[in-house]
Structure formats: C-alpha cells, structure tokens
Ligand binder design. Structure first.
Ligand SMILES: [Zn+2]
Length: 341
C-alpha cells in the first residue's frame, strides 16, 4: 500500500513539475550525439574600436551618448566573445550549446543575443541552446547586448536523424512508428510553441482560457511515467492511455496537453473551442472519440498535435469530404497504430 502511495505521489509530483514549467523541461544534453570540432577552440570576432563617426555637430547633440562605440580600455564593457567551439554537427531533434566567454571579466552587462541565420535548419534559444530542425547548414550568431559590434558564430550542420517516419512531410509517432530514444528536441519545437501562443491568444479573444499542461516529454521521462502506470494499473490498461517510451507523440516536441488532462475536460467550453478551432492554428485533435481501434488511444479531448496549417486544412477538408468530423491521421495515410508485440 505504501509503495503504491509513494508511486502515485511521484506521478503527481511529476505532473506538477510539468505543469509548472510549461513542459519545457531542459534535458541534459548527455544523450545527444553531437560532434564538436575542437581544433581551434576559440573563435573571436573583434572589437568596435572605430572612431565615432563625426557627424556634423548641431545643437541637437546635447546629452546623447555615442552608444555604438566602446573605447577598448573601458573595462566595464564587453570587447570580445569567445565560444568553446565554432563548428557543430547536430542531428534533427537534438541540441548542442557552446560555452560563451565574454571579456573582459569585469564587463558589467554580459547579456547574450542569439540568432540563427535559418530557423528552418536550426533554432537557437536565448541562452544558446541550438536545436537541429532539418538537414542543412546555417550559422548561429551570439552578439553582446552591451556592445553590438562584438559577436561570435558557430557554423551548424544538421544531419538526418535515422528512425523517424514521415508521411507527406508529417512526422508520425504512434504505436506502429516509434521514435529513436535519442530523438530529443529538449522542448516544444519553436514553430509549435509559436503556433500554440497564437492559439492561446485566439481563444482568449473568444473569452476562452487555454493553457499548456504538458508539452515535451523526453524518452527517459516517458519511460518513468509509463513504468509508474504499469505498476499501478497493469500494462494492458496502461497501454490504452499512456504511450510506451519511444512511442509518445510528446517526444516529438509537437504535441501538447491543454488544460485538464482527464476525461472531465471533454464537453467543457474550452474542449469544444479546441475541437472547433485548433486546426485554424495548425493543430489537430489527435485522439478523437470512437477511434481507439485506429489511433491506438482512447478519446483525449486535451491532446493536440501541431501539423502545420496546411496539413491541418487538408485533414479537415478530407474529414468534410467523407463526412466524418473525427477523421484521423492514421486513416488519412492508410496506416495503423499497433504495437508489434
Ligand atoms: Zn498528450
């Protein structure tokens, strides 16, 4: 009995953690296969030493400071940025992060501004986590917020992740098509997050409060949740509502559980709004009612999946055509969702 209680508590705790941080649990990067070239570890881009441009002096000058240039002897300002690597190779869905050193040590404002030259290839967050999005090359740049003339860059090569299954460009993760254990975007994909932010704003316009309760879940975390459910309910029951590790759509970084993650959410104005409007934002209700034999999961009124506006519309059009509002991804692609054993 006590063991069961302890497990339940740990699940509740885990849920609370997920809810609290919006599912964006930063994952340890240890599992990521990232090859960093270490030949020349320090990459520097220099210093704004140029003289201030002599603009024709006018009365308007008054107290405006010339913010674009920093004297090289000003030890309170950033003069140089170095990174622990200047080239990186990362797989789709994996991450890497260079260590940043801003000099001099005494600089007051060491804030970093990160930017990717091509967000379709790799994205970067505001602390320098670089995530592979699709195969190709791009450049990620960090600039000193204090001294915009100073920056450093990483040439990023994104390689394919083996073991991902796409239909019509849509990544499918279900009971027939698992994800590799090391597919780990570390959070919701930026496109998914941006679309969800729009959805939340759209709902708010209609007086509906939608919030994220669970977003990205890593292979390891799913393993923990599923194991706990199996202990409590037995594997057969657990399989009807909890994915085995590697089979959860949450590992894609494109699935979100909104609001209340249980059957009591169905039929609420929020659930009805989601069902009616989520495809306008590129999301689909992934496990609709009456489709357990097809999707492999019972009805989940709270679980939506980002597929992009184009495919969301295609699916909606097909649903209208066949007269089935709950037409599924599996039916659209003619695929199944069944564990092999
Ligand atoms: Zn879910």
């Amino acid at each position: 009995m006590d063991m069961k209680k302890a497990r339940l508590t740990s699940i509740l705790l885990a849920c609370a953690i997920l809810t609290g941080c919006g599912g964006k649990v930063p994952e340890a990067d240890g599992s990521n296969s990232v090859a960093e070239t270490t030949t020349s570890p320090v990459m520097t881009v220099a210093i704004g030493t140029a003289e201030p441009l002599t603009t024709s002096t006018s009365a308007a000058e008054e107290e405006t400071e010339p913010v674009t240039t920093v004297p090289p002897d000003d030890m309170t300002r950033v003069h140089e940025i170095s990174l622990s690597f200047s080239t990186a190779e990362v797989k789709v869905g994996n991450k890497t992060m260079p260590i940043v050193t801003m000099s001099p040590e005494t600089a007051v404002n060491k804030d970093e501004i990160w930017k990717s030259s091509d967000e379709k290839i790799a994205t970067v967050d505001n602390i320098g986590n670089i995530t592979g999005v699709s195969e190709g090359e791009c450049t990620v740049t960090v600039t000193s917020a204090d001294n915009p003339g100073v920056s450093a860059e990483v040439k990023v090569t994104v390689k394919a992740q083996e073991g991902l299954t796409y239909f019509d460009g849509i990544l499918v993760a279900n009971k027939s098509y698992p994800l590799p254990a090391d597919y780990n975007p570390g959070g919701l994909l930026p496109e998914t997050q941006a679309a969800f932010d729009k959805l939340v704003a759209g709902a708010a316009n209609d007086g509906i409060n939608i919030y994220l309760s669970s977003g990205f879940r890593s292979y390891e975390y799913q393993s923990e949740i599923y194991g706990n459910y199996c202990d409590i309910y037995g594997q057969e029951t657990a399989d009807t509502f909890s994915a085995r590790p590697g089979y959860s759509e949450h590992q894609t970084g494109m699935a979100i559980d909104v609001n209340i993650i249980d059957d009591s959410f169905a039929g609420t104005p929020e659930a009805e709004w989601i069902e009616k409007h989520c495809n306008e934002y590129g999301f689909i209700l992934r496990y609709p009612p009456g489709k357990q034999e097809i999707t492999g999961y019972k009805y989940e009124s709270w679980h939506i999946r980002y597929v992009g506006e184009e495919f969301a519309k295609k699916l909606a059009d097909k649903a209208a055509e066949v007269g089935d509002p709950y037409y599924t991804v599996e039916e659209y692609f003619g695929i199944d969702s069944v564990y092999k054993e």
